[in-house]
Structures are given as C-alpha cells and as structure tokens.
Design a protein around this ligand. Structure first.
Ligand SMILES: Cc1ncc(COP(=O)(O)O)c(C=O)c1O
Length: 366
C-alpha cells in the first residue's frame, strides 16, 4: 500500500540544530549556546504571567489591541501595522510561505540565520545563498543573485550567528536596488541590542514603503524565549494576509500578559542592555588578547574563529569548555568548523568562559 506522500522536497530539508542545554555529570551548566537573556524575564512579567494562569482553560482573547498599542507607544509605530506570532520564527515562516512558493526563489546570505533556507524550502520555493563579505551581509552579493524568479529577500539585521550588522544606508540601498514586487524581510530579533551609530531600525522603512516587513521578538532582550511571542511591523496588506491565514490564536494567554508587563519594565531592559554591553566588550577584548578572531557584534553573542593549528581547533575548544560545564554553540557545517558562538551570560559564567579559554589557548600553545 502506498503511504500518503508529502509535497516534493520536504524530506530533503535539513534539521535546524538547536543549542544543547545539558551536560552529563553537571548539575549546573553555563549555557552560552542559545542567545537567551542571562538576567531572565522582568519580575513584572513573571507576576503578570502568574496572574493569568487561572484562566488557562479559556482561549486567549482574540484581540491583540493592548499589546499592539503598547508596542506602538514604545517604539513610535502605527498599531494597525503590527501582527503577532508564536515567536518571530512563526512569522518568518508564514511570511515566506505567503510570498513565495514552488518555482520562486528566496535569497538569504550564505552564513545568515540557518532557518531561512528551511522556511524557503518548506514553502516549496528555492533558497538561494548569496555570497557575503567575511560573514557579513553583502548588499551587492544579494543583488547579484536576483532573478525574475526572486520573490523574497530575507536579511537578519543584526545577523545570527555572526552578530554583524548592515547600516541603515546599506539596507536602504538594498531595498532601492531590488526590483519592485520583491518583498524584503528584515529579521530584527536582536535590534534592541544594536548600539552602532549607523544602525537604523527597519521599521522606518516599513512606514515609507509597501514592500518591507520587519520581524521582532520578545525572546531576546525581554527574556521571554520560552513563551514564544514575536511580532512584525508591515504594510497593511501584509498584516491583513497574515491575519487571514494564520492560526486563530497565534499568541498564548501567558505570553500576551507577560509581553505587556515586560514592555512596561524599562528599568529591567536597561539593566539587561548594560550587562550585555559590559560583557560584550570585556569578553571580546579578552579573547582578542588570546589571539582569537572575534567578529564585531551588535547582539548578545559573539562569533569566534579559532586558529585551528597546533590543537587550537574550535572542536577541541568546545570539548575543553564542556569538560568544565560550559556550553558554547558549535555549528557542524563546513564554513563554521573553525568557529564557536558565545552568548553573553551571567558574570560568573563569563569569567569561567574567559578562564577556560585562556587555559585552553595557552595549554595548546605549549
Ligand atoms: C536571527 C534570528 N531570527 C529569529 C529568531 C527566532 O526568534 P523567536 O522565534 O524566539 O522570536 C532567532 C532566534 O534565535 C534568531 O537568532
């Protein structure tokens, strides 16, 4: 008997590898692998989440107006241009699926967020990996890949795993040079961390044009990764399509309440940003002093390149770190074999990581 057949190509999609969270023999691990917030969620978000639990037998209210309003006030946006998803991953997948299908092409940078080609292939479209510039998006590299089949271009800004960013001027140049009719998706999951003077929120472009969408999330600086709530800022037609085609209740009851409270707690967010800026600088400086290459980051993590000779490979470093209970992120794909990514953690976690890497580098240099 023949089994029901999925759409062609779906079985060929590679799994997205999430970061590991446990190590045998360690009760407490130092998890620097998933770009989560080390300071956790705001106490106000925890309290708000607790309060709505008694209603968990009810569907969440359909209207998301309070959260829309709160985001609009916080970031100076129009509430009607905001839609929600179960994490920004959910929105990214739905956006790609809405604008690209079989026979279409979706362009992403070669070393960008590794979910992008998965979303394209899931939609039945062809993912096209554009050449980048030493792990940083290249506008010309992307433009060089455009064909008449291109439907979507998707750029994470700042990017993951590299942590690098494109200036506002470069994003605008990309949009201006893309053909009309191509949707530009700017995935700004790490936007709140971006401190570079030339970084510009993509939301300004959304206000000016009808062919740009920006996705954002409560998972990173707001510390709600486990609740899964993301949002996007988009032209009215895109919002309408997302609302027509999405699930009835994209955001759960607890996520909605916690999101609202997290947004209101500015002090918590400022503390998270200050902690991150401190460790981004200290950790990057310490690793550079050890002779490691640290990619410039506008996020809450850094990508680090290991020399690879005399035993100082990324794999060996990863093993040495894990033997001390420290989990970095290794991507077992060819261009990342000499690299590890480290999320900024708590003070003791970062101190331990610097000490362990120092030992590893000096031990292997003899
Ligand atoms: C670049 C980028 N985009 C999107 C996401 C998805 O975030 P979430 O679905 O938690 O909003 C992540 C998560 O790590 C990410 O790194």
């Amino acid at each position: 008997m023949s089994r029901p057949a999925p759409r062609p190509g779906l079985r060929d999609i590679d799994y997205y590898m999430v970061g590991i969270a446990k190590l045998p023999g360690f009760d407490r691990v130092f998890k620097l692998s998933s770009n989560e917030s080390p300071l956790g969620a705001s106490p106000r978000a925890l309290e708000a989440a607790g309060k709505v639990l008694e209603n968990m037998h009810r569907y969440p209210e359909v209207d998301m107006e309070r959260l829309q309003e709160a985001l609009a006030v916080r970031f100076g946006l129009e509430p009607g241009r905001i839609a929600f998803g179960a994490g920004s991953d959910d929105l990214l997948a739905r956006l790609v699926q809405t604008y690209a299908g079989p026979g279409d092409e979706v362009i992403h940078s070669a070393h960008a967020y590794m979910q992008f080609p998965i979303y394209a292939a899931t939609a039945g479209a062809h993912p096209v990996a554009a050449p980048d510039d030493d792990f940083r998006h290249s506008v010309d590299g992307i433009l060089g890949c455009v064909t008449d089949r291109t439907k979507v271009v998707i750029v994470a800004n700042p990017d993951n795993p590299s942590g690098t960013h494109l200036s506002g001027a470069e994003v605008r140049r990309l949009r201006d040079k893309l053909p009309a009719g191509v949707l530009l998706i700017v995935d700004a999951a790490y936007e709140e961390y971006a401190a570079a003077n030339d970084y510009e929120s993509g939301t300004a472009l959304v206000a000016e044009r009808d062919d740009v969408v920006v996705t954002r999330t409560f998972s990173k600086v707001f510390g709600l990764a486990g609740l899964r709530v993301g949002w996007c800022y988009a032209p009215p037609e895109v919002i309408d399509l997302l609302n027509r085609t999405g699930p009835s209740f994209p955001v759960n009851l607890v996520a909605k309440a916690a999101g609202l409270a997290a947004l209101a707690d500015r002090a918590h967010m400022e503390a998270v940003l200050a902690h991150n800026a401190k460790w981004l600088r200290r950790f990057s400086d310490a690793l550079r002093d050890m002779g490691l290459v640290v990619y410039p980051s506008q996020t809450n993590f850094v990508l680090v390149r290991f020399p690879g000779s005399d035993g100082t490979s990324a794999l060996a470093a990863d093993r040495a770190l894990q033997s001390q209970g420290i989990i970095a992120r290794r991507f077992a794909v060819p261009d990342f074999e000499d690299k590890l990514r480290f999320t900024m953690g708590l003070d003791d976690e970062m101190e331990a990581a610097i000490a362990a890497l120092g030992q590893f580098m000096s031990g292997n240099r003899g």
